[in-house]
Design a protein around this ligand. Sequence first.
Ligand code: GTP
Ligand code: MG
Length: 202
Amino acid sequence: MAINLNNVKLRISAGLPRQFPNDPIPQVAFSGRSNVGKSSLINSLLGRKSLARVSSAPGKTITVNFYDVDAKLFFVDLPGYGFAKRRAEDQQVWSRLTDGYCTDNTHADRIRPVIQLIDSRIGPTQDDEMMLEYLNQAGFPYLVVATKCDKLNATERRQSEELFRNHPLIPKDIPVIFYSSLKGDGKLELWKQIAAYTGVKI
Ligand code: GTP
Ligand code: MG
């Protein structure tokens, strides 16, 4: 049966790895720099305005938010990285949560795919490159979403596409989807990828 996007709720905002839910369903994880557009992307995919909180002050709360999508999938909003002004103790919380999420065997094999968000206007930053290196060596299935593409004109879009496609840390077989949460560009393509990775029907 096709997925019912009216049946979506926040299961938990986990501040500790032991709070991560254990349901035997795929987890689509959204990773990226603070402010790159993770929460907006989740809202856009789910056709909701404000299910995932879009931040005006980036990196405020450090939690892993699990959205139960019709009991068939979790959408997992990971805490953003690369927040320069983060205090040392916040950095610790971030590491404990993110490492716990990526390495805990009880659910790490349910993570598919990781959706790695990168700002289409900037391309991969140093932080993004560290994350790409990690994804390449950890072997998680992943794809790249280039966010905020509504802010590019046609020439910038072509340049950005080339930059992403020729980036040495983005293998040729990894899909790169240009996305606008504002306009909906890329939404069908991304849902098709999520369906292919998780087996849900859309
Ligand atoms: P953190 O939770 O702090 O890590 O940020 P986030 O990655 O969840 O980003 P969020 O979705 O909160 O968006 C950050 C800012 O970018 C907000 O002001 C959004 O309105 C804006 N934004 C997100 N996606 C888009 C987009 O596709 N187009 C445009 N123009 N703006 C966007
Ligand atoms: Mg967010």
